[in-house]
Design a protein around this ligand. Structure first.
Ligand code: 2DT
Ligand code: MG
Length: 226
């Protein structure tokens, strides 16, 4: 008698603005999955632990300067270097929570103010998306949606490069555009009101996860690509 193959894990991306509660919700969710008997693992992007991640970290903490295009490609390379491990983890039956993914990659780069002279136009969304084409596509993107008002009530920003009000406002607009425009991917976005209590938000996030697990169960077992 042969045992049936292990069903693959789900690929779940958690996205949102800074201070939307992504890390808190990822930790809660990881615990809930594991205590429900669903093997799961957290993968954060950027992954600052690799050599490429070290370069990203020194850029974000402003100890190094890089061209907008170059840092964009490093963020993407930081995902490509994790691709094989993501796929083998999923195929071994473990669910992966992505704390940020290509969507942060697109909106943060496209939100940057154009540098006059050298680079007078902002990076376009399509340019920003191109290097990620071919990466594993999440079964669901859980978007923690927080209003400007609620975000302002939470603790202040840190002092990393992108943690500035104007940048965050641009990021908010671009996330909205991305969710609206991505008509092929519309069903992939699960928008959660992140203004509630931690427990309320966790409940809505959990419903998104159940939806992703259902999609995986009903699918053909293959991980789709961006
Ligand atoms: P954390 O605070 O979550 O470590 O993120 N970013 C992230 C990009 O500009 N491009 C990307 O591809 C990713 C994944 C968002 C640090 C900052 O890095 C930004 C905030
Ligand atoms: Mg941060």
């Amino acid at each position: 008698m042969t045992t049936p193959p292990t069903p693959r894990g789900a690929l779940i991306a958690i996205e949102g603005l800074d201070r939307a509660g992504k890390s808190t919700q990822c930790d809660l969710l990881l615990n809930r999955l594991i205590s429900s008997g669903i093997p799961a693992k957290l993968q954060k992007f950027p992954d600052r632990s690799t050599p490429i991640g070290h370069m990203i970290n020194s850029y974000l903490t402003s100890t190094s300067n890089l061209d907008d295009q170059a840092i964009h490609l490093l963020f993407s390379a930081n995902r490509w270097e994790a691709k094989d491990s993501i796929l083998s983890t999923l195929n071994s039956g473990t669910t992966i929570l992505l704390d940020r993914y290509i969507y942060s990659g697109i909106v943060f780069s496209a939100a940057k103010p154009p540098v006059p002279v050298e680079n007078p136009k902002p990076l376009s969304v399509s340019w920003c998306k191109a290097p990620d084409v071919g990466l594993p596509r999440p079964d669901i993107i859980i978007f923690l949606n927080i209003s400007q008002e609620d975000a302002e009530k939470r603790a202040g920003f840190g002092d990393e490069r992108y943690e500035k009000k104007e940048m965050q406002e641009k990021v908010r607009k671009l996330f909205e555009e991305l969710r609206g425009e991505d008509s092929n991917d519309k069903e992939d976005w699960w928008v959660v009101n992140a203004g509630g209590t931690v427990e309320e938000v966790a409940e809505e996030v959990w419903r998104g996860v159940l939806e992703a697990l259902k999609r995986v169960k009903e699918g053909n077992g293959e991980v789709r690509s961006i």
